[in-house]
Design a protein around this ligand. Structure first.
Ligand code: ADP
Length: 259
C-alpha cells in the first residue's frame, strides 16, 4: 500500500528490483495533462456552441405551437430566427469537419499562382462585400508562385477575407496585397474595420475564441475560422500574424515558403 500511495501521489511507477531495492520510474505528465484539458475544453465548447442555437430553435417552435403562429408578424420573425440558427448549426458542423480534417492530414503541395487564387476568392465574396457595403481592393498581381494545397489555401483566404468584411462597418474597405522575399511570399488582408484590442490578439487563433462575441454571433461566426487558418498555414510550413489598432483596422498576414 505504501507503494500504491507513492505511485499515486508521484504519478510514478515503482518497480521492485532484486536485493530489497526499488526503482522509481517517473514520467512528466504536464504535457499529457495539458492535452487532456485542451480536449475537455474543446468538448465543453462544442456542446455549448451546439446547445445555444438548439435551445433557441426549440423555444421558438414551442411558442409557435402554443399559439404565436396565429400572429403572422410574430410567426415570420420566429421562423426567420429558426432558419438563422439552423444555418449557424450547419456552419458550425462544417467548420468542425474542416478543423478535424486539417488537423489530421498532411498537405499535398503543388505550385500555385496565389494571385489567381486570391482573385478567385475575391470574386466569390464580392456579393457578400457588396451587401455589407464594404469595398474589396485586390492588389495581388500574378505571378506569385508558392507550393501549396489549392483548396486549403483558398479556404485560408476565404476565412480572412470573410472576417475582414464582417468586422468592417459599412463604407469601409478591405485591401489585399503581397510582399515577397527570395524565400517567402506574404499575403496581407488589411481592413478599415473595428480592430482588435491588444489583450485579445494572442488568443485570436484559439478554437472558439471571439474578441467581439456579439458581433461574431450577429455575423454568424463560429469562432473556428482563424484556428483553421493557423492549422493550414502551419501545415504548409508558414506562419500567420496580425497587427491591429482598435477602432482603426486590422491586418492579417500569411507568410508561405516558396518551396
Ligand atoms: P469568427 O467566426 O467569430 O469570426 P474567427 O476564428 O474567424 O471566428 O475569429 C476569431 C475572432 O477574431 C472573431 O470573433 C473576432 O472577434 C476577431 N477577428 C477576426 N478577424 C477580425 C478582423 N478582421 N477585425 C476585427 N476582429 C477580427
Amino acid at each position: 500500500t505504501l507503494t500504491q500511495t507513492v505511485q499515486r501521489s508521484l504519478h510514478a511507477r515503482i518497480v521492485p528490483v532484486p536485493s530489497n531495492e526499488f526503482l522509481i520510474v517517473m514520467r512528466d505528465l504536464t504535457e499529457l495533462r495539458r492535452l487532456e484539458r485542451v480536449r475537455r475544453d474543446f468538448v465543453a465548447n462544442v456542446s455549448h456552441e451546439l446547445r445555444t442555437p438548439l435551445t433557441s430553435i426549440k423555444a421558438m417552435a414551442e411558442t409557435l405551437l402554443d399559439g404565436a403562429r396565429t400572429d403572422e408578424a410574430v410567426a415570420e420573425r420566429f421562423l426567420e430566427t429558426i432558419i438563422r440558427e439552423s444555418d449557424r448549426l450547419v456552419r458550425l458542423s462544417s467548420d468542425l469537419l474542416d478543423l478535424s480534417r486539417v488537423e489530421a492530414k498532411g498537405v499535398t503541395r503543388e505550385p500555385q499562382d496565389m494571385a489567381i487564387l486570391v482573385g478567385d476568392v475575391c470574386g466569390r465574396l464580392a456579393s457578400q462585400a457588396d451587401k455589407a457595403g464594404v469595398a474589396i481592393v485586390n492588389e495581388v498581381r500574378p505571378p506569385l508562385i508558392a507550393e501549396a494545397d489549392h483548396d486549403e489555401m483558398a479556404q485560408v483566404v476565404v476565412n480572412l477575407l470573410d472576417n475582414a468584411i464582417s468586422y468592417t462597418p459599412r463604407g469601409g474597405s478591405v485591401r489585399l496585397y503581397a510582399t515577397e522575399t527570395s524565400e517567402t511570399l506574404t499575403i496581407h488582408v488589411t481592413d478599415t474595420g473595428i480592430g482588435i484590442l491588444k489583450d485579445d490578439i494572442p488568443r485570436l487563433f484559439e478554437r472558439f475564441y471571439r474578441a467581439d462575441k456579439a458581433r461574431s454571433r450577429a455575423s454568424g461566426g463560429t469562432g473556428l475560422g482563424l484556428a483553421i487558418v493557423k492549422h493550414i498555414v502551419e501545415n504548409h510550413g508558414g506562419a500567420v500574424s496580425v497587427q491591429s489598432e482598435y477602432n482603426k483596422g486590422s491586418t492579417f498576414s500569411v507568410t508561405l515558403p516558396r518551396q
